[in-house]
Each structure stands twice: as C-alpha cells, then as structure tokens.
Design a protein around this ligand. Structure first.
Ligand code: ADP
Ligand code: MG
Length: 703
C-alpha cells in the first residue's frame, strides 16, 4: 500500500482548482499523467524576469517590465470597429496605453477601475513614440504586487493549455507536498549528497520550479541533478528488486542431451552465426544453473532470433520438460507455428497453438493434452497465461517482441511460471546507455551479427509530390514479380486532415494501377478483426495480392519473404526505430530490395538528418544511437506506448554518470537490506511509490 503521506500527491488533477473536466485531460496529455504528482515532474523550460520596475518614461523598448500606475481613462472603440480597446494609465514620469484586442468593456472596467492604482507587467513598445503594452500578462492591485514582481517560470505548453493556468496548478501541487517534518529520512546516501551539494528533495522541487536565472534551468544544476538521481535510483532499485524476486525462486537446472537440437540443426539449410552460437551458450548456461534465467535476447530484425528460441525450447524438451513461446499478436503466433512446424516434425517434437480465438472443445482438448504432457512446445498469445492453462512441466518461456511487455508483465510471467526460466526477445535495438535503465533486471545477449548474404535495402528519400513517379516505379516492380508494402501512418483522416489515410490510399492505388493490377491491391489495418487481418496477410504472402496498403500493424514480425519493395508515406512522422522495424519487413528472401521514404515538405533540419540516417545505414544499433542523439531518450522507444518505464526528469544521455552511481547504490541496498526493512527502508519505499514503481514494492516480503 502506498504510504498515506503521499495521498495528496496522488489525487487526480481534477481535485485542483482550475482543472475542470475539460481542462484536466488536456493537461494530463501535456504533462504525461493525470495525478497531482505529475505536475511536479513538469519542469520549466524557461523564465521571465518581472523584477525590473522602472518608471514608464524609463522603460526600454521590448523589455518585460512591471509598472505601478494609476488608471486614467478608458477608450472603448465604437461597436464593430476593428480598433482595440485602450486603457490609458500614468505614473509620475508619463503615460502608458494598455491595448486589448477584442477587449470586453465590463471585464476591463472591473480589472482597471479609473483612479485606482494597479501593478501591470508586460513588454513596453513605443508606437509613434508613445509607450504602450499590448495585452499585459498581469494586472493586479498594489497589494498583490509581490506575486507579480518576481522571476516567473515558463513551462513547456501544448494546445489548449494556457501558461498561467498551468503555472497556477503547479503552484498548487507544490503546496500539496506534505510538510517536510512528515517525511521519513533522506533516501540518498549522505556522503553522496554532501559531495554533490544536493538539496533535499522538497527543496530541490521548489528550486527547479522557481528558477532565478538561466543557470538554474541547466540540466546540471544541483537541484535538477538531484531529482534526476531520485528517479534513476527509484528505477534501478525497482529493477534490482524485481530481478531478485525473480531469481530467489529457485529454478531447477535444465540440461539437455543435445539430441533434438542436433536433428534440427541438421534440418536447417544454414549454419548458425557466431552471435547465435554465443547467445545459445549463454542461455544454456543460465538454464543449467539452479538460479532462474531472466535473459533478454536483443537482435535486430532478421538477425535470426527464431532459431535461437527454438533451440532454447528444445533444451527444455530434451530434459523431459515443456516450453512456451508467447507472441504479441495472433498473426505472429501463427507465423511462428508455420516456421517451427517442419523443424519440430524433423525432430519428433509435438507443437501446440493457443490463441484467444480458441474456444470450447478444441481448447479443452488442447489444455488436456498440455496437462498430460503430450505437447512439448506451446505457441500462443497472451492467452497462454490464462489461469486454466496448466502445463505438466513447464521449464522455459520465450517471450517474443519484448517492447510490448514492461516490467509489470515480466513480473506477472514469473508469478505464473514459478520456477520457469524466461527468455525475452526484442527486435528493438536499444542504445547501450538505455539498456541498463530499461532492462536492468535482466541479463543480456546480443545478436549483433546478421546471417550472411543479406543485401541491405536500397533506400531513397523522396518528397510526396513525386507520387506519380513512385506509382510508376511500383507498377514496374510488380510487373517484375515483386510484392510491395505501402505504409500509411493512420487509418482514417485525422483532425488535421492531411495525413495519408490508408483507406483512401488503397482506393487511389487500386484506381491508378488499373483494371489489371488494381484488384490486386489489398488493405490491412489495426481496426480489422484478427481473422480478417490473417486472410489479407495470407493473400499477400500467397498469390492473391501484389500490393498491400498497411498501417503500422505490419511492423512487428510479419514475414513475407517475397516482399521486396516498401513505400512509407510521411516517413518524417515515424520514429527511426519504427522506420527500421518497418523496413526490416522487406528483403527477407535474400534478393535486392528497395525502400522509398516519402515525406511532406518542408523538412526541418532534424527530420532531414533522421531520414538521411535511414538512407545511410541498415544497422539497427547505429540507427538507435543516432535516434537517441537526435531526439532524446524519452521518445526513442516510444516509451509511452510500449509499457517501458517513462522517465520524467532525466535525459539519460546527460545523466550517464548518475546512472552508474544509482545502479551502485541500488546494488548495495539490495545486498544489505533486500526487504527495505532497515533504517532507510521507509524512505526508499516512499521513493519507489513516488515514482510509481509499485510493482517492485510488491516483491518485498513485508510490502
Ligand atoms: P528475427 O530475428 O527478425 O526474428 P528470424 O528468426 O525471422 O529473424 O530470421 C530471419 C531469417 O533469417 C529467417 O528466414 C531465418 O530462417 C534466417 N536465418 C536465421 N538464422 C540464419 C543463419 N544463421 N544463416 C542464414 N539464415 C538464417
Ligand atoms: Mg522474429
């Protein structure tokens, strides 16, 4: 249970004044969360200094000032006039005119009553020599002057949220932080804190939200570093606790005879790459040890993870146990079955398939066979982990395409399988700096070598106005026997209306390809039922279709070896990792393939650099590093959608040194006080809850 100390911070945004039903969701989208605490993590990106308080006559042009004035007269424009509403004010040195476009008289006479003194803040401009302020940011009575005459933080904003509204909410959130006396002791090591000159965490939060000068906004400012460290420590501690929980359940040593693997290796038309052999040796080492395996197999698209998965599972079968392979979608589960079936047949290994679609009798029969040990390897989707799925002797689980499974899911897997070894496979090449922050609970094997003979796709970057040329080229390719993917970012027209819509695209391409090829243009998108999707994919991989218009549903894993051409529309809107995943779908057959990245001009500098990276290299790790460099860590993995932990306060690139320290401290904690029962335990638990690493706290004996 979250300590009640934190309750005020975990209330919904709507509990704050100024965050109503319409505003709260907009703010939640902006700050990436819908609780009060999420406001605290939304740090200022700039500041406005309103401390300068000259006389009107001395206010320089174009500079933000705070003036103390007396309201002299209102000049309301005649009805329907385009002129603005003007309010003339003065001080001892002269006059200033406040200008309001579409100003309402009632509101403005209340705000600025004639003869009263007001404190106003804004930028003075001289219009024909006369000073004026267009839409002053603040207008308050003298008594509130101090609230205005200060350095004001400026927050990153997005559509529909006004800076003032957000600032007021953040101020409320800061007020909601429980009194320092109520908090347990500091969670950061005293010597570290002293060495770095860090403030306590409440002081640090207050400081980052009240910058005094540009220095205070730098990521290496002590207050910002302290908060970044808090988050890193929470993350590393959570990962290590999860890792420990996963491993303290003793596994049983699984040692295969090698007999089945030998048969499959003999049936394969190729030899394993060095990277495959090395990874397999690491996996076999884990399985043979009594501790549980929790290993990540990282390998670019096409690096040959499936074979490694199969040989891993065969080790378990050789030892008289069972194995399971979990895919993120039904299509992929079926594809795995197709790949594995002939190989398993050659070794006499019994395969089963279980998806969410299996119901009734078939399902019951399958479950019975599974419980009786008559199935050696079960392939499926999340359906594998329903409560009534009982294995006779499950020894290893392989999870494919890890980026859809976060720490929470990894924990759930461990619960289900008790002493089961877990191998997670991901095709997302993760930059080295991010591996520890995201997968610190796992051991890692890397398939950093592609099978021989692969030709990288020939990639070209073209503006969308070359569409006619592209269609002509695609038609020629189809006539030459090629199959073509055509990728669109969205299914339907978005509000902005300019997004290429897959539905419309199919209609257009079918039309332009004419009566002969037009009917051979298919469509697959995320809102289709699984059965419909399968049918379309089948037609495309078989004889039925030549061109497949698709949204990003094809991204993950789908294998159509005869597809050699890919067109990606609005390539500039995709992440590099995603483009790389998509492009990995072509050229799987070994021949020459081509990829056309279409963009809508004009391209910004970063977008151009990103597409150029795609053109230049096919190395997923290199692309990932470049993506990280160009965009910053938060976006690289599409963390929000992927279930990976989202970092609120950190740019891992800038905080590499802190990451190492946090990892160290977390290791010491888990070694000396694994149940967080010691003197710092209470503080560390609060830290974990603060950063919503609740799953890790649940692994503690006295959670
Ligand atoms: P991914 O890592 O993307 O899942 P796959 O396992 O689907 O990659 O393998 C991609 C292709 O490479 C498959 O057709 C597979 O048969 C082939 N392959 C795998 N290992 C090797 C190898 N050592 N030599 C040649 N081809 C291989
Ligand atoms: Mg795969």
């Amino acid at each position: 249970m979250r300590p009640s100390l934190l309750d005020p911070l975990f209330r919904p945004l709507t509990s704050l004044k100024g965050a109503g039903k319409t505003m709260a969701p907009l703010i939640a989208r902006l700050i990436g969360g819908d609780k009060v605490v999420d406001l605290l993590w939304h740090l200022p990106s700039g500041l406005v200094d309103r401390r300068f308080s000259p006389l009107i006559a001395e206010a320089p042009d174009g500079v933000v000032v705070t003036l103390t004035v007396v309201v002299e007269a209102h000049q309301e424009p005649p009805p329907r006039s385009p002129s603005p509403y003007r309010v003339v004010c003065r001080d001892a040195s002269g006059f200033v005119t406040l200008v309001f476009f579409h100003g309402r008289a009632r509101y403005l006479t209340d705000l600025l009553p004639v003869g009263e003194t007001r404190v106003i803040s804004g930028k003075v401009e001289r219009f024909g020599g006369a000073p004026q302020i267009v839409h002053p940011t603040h207008v308050v009575p003298l008594a509130e002057a101090e609230a205005v005459r200060r350095v004001e933080p400026v927050y990153p904003l997005s559509g529909g949220v006004a800076g003032k509204v957000l600032a007021r909410l953040i101020a409320q959130a800061l007020d909601d932080i429980p009194d320092p006396a109520a908090w347990p002791a500091e969670w950061i090591d005293a010597p570290l804190k002293a060495r770095e000159g860090w403030p306590g965490w409440i002081d640090a939060l207050r400081a980052v939200h009240a910058p005094e000068d540009a220095e205070d906004l730098r990521p290496d400012h002590p207050a910002r570093r302290r908060l970044a460290y808090d988050e890193l420590l929470a993350t590393q501690l959570a990962l290590l606790l999860v890792r420990r929980a996963a491993r303290t359940v003793r596994g049983r040593p699984i040692v295969g005879t090698g007999a089945l693997r030998a048969k499959v290796l003999a049936a394969l038309p190729f030899a394993l790459t060095g990277a495959q052999s090395r990874s397999l040796a690491e996996i076999e080492g884990d399985m043979a040890s009594p501790a549980r395996m929790l290993r990540l197999l990282q390998g670019d698209v096409g690096s040959g993870k499936t074979v490694v998965a199969l040989l891993t599972m065969l080790t378990a079968v050789e030892a008289g146990a069972q194995a399971a392979l979990m895919a993120p979608t039904e299509i992929l589960a079926r594809q795995h079955i197709e790949t594995l079936a002939p190989l398993c047949a050659s070794a006499g290994v019994r395969l089963g398939l279980l998806t969410g679609r299996d119901k009734g009798r078939t399902r019951a029969a399958l479950l019975e066979a599974l419980a009786a040990g008559e199935i050696d390897i079960l392939v499926g989707t999340h359906a594998l982990f329903q409560d009534d799925v009982v294995f006779a002797a499950l020894a290893v689980v392989v999870v494919d395409e890890q980026h859809r499974f976060g720490v929470h899911q990894r924990l759930a897997l461990s619960d289900k399988g008790r002493a089961v070894d877990v191998l997670v496979m991901t095709a997302t090449p993760i930059p080295r700096t991010l591996t520890l922050t995201h997968y610190g609970d796992m051991d890692i094997s890397r398939l950093d070598e592609k099978p021989p003979g692969r030709l990288p796709p020939d990639t070209r970057v073209l503006p969308i106005d070359r569409l006619d040329d592209v269609i002509a080229a695609v038609t020629r390719a189809i006539d030459g026997g090629a199959k073509v993917y055509w990728v669109c970012p969205l299914i339907e027209d978005s509000e902005t209306g300019d997004m290429a819509a897959a539905v419309d695209r199919q209609a257009l391409l079918a039309d332009r390809l004419g009566p002969r090829l037009g009917p051979r243009v298919g469509l697959v998108h995320g809102r289709m039922k699984p059965g419909e999707k399968d049918a379309v994919m089948e037609a495309f991989s078989g004889d039925g279709l030549d061109l497949l218009v698709a949204t990003t549903v094809i991204e993950v894993g789908v294998n159509v070896p005869s597809a050699t051409v890919m067109v990606i529309e609005h390539a500039e809107r995709f992440g590099l990792a995603q483009l790389h995943q998509l492009r990995g779908r072509i050229g799987r057959g070994g021949g020459r393939s081509s990829c056309l990245l279409l963009y809508a001009p004009p391209l910004g500098e970063t977008a151009r650099a990103r597409l150029e990276t795609m053109r230049r290299t096919d190395d997923g790790f290199e692309i990932a590093e470049e993506d990280l460099r160009l965009r910053g860590a938060g976006e690289v993995l599409g963390t929000r959608q992927s279930g990976l932990p989202v970092f609120r306060l950190i740019d891992p690139l800038l905080a590499e040194d802190l990451l190492a320290i946090a990892r160290k401290q977390a290791e010491v904690i888990v070694e000396t006080d694994p149940d967080l029962a010691g003197p710092h335990g209470a503080a560390l638990r609060v830290l974990l809850y603060l950063f919503e690493r609740d799953a890790a706290v649940r692994t503690l004996r006295s959670g």
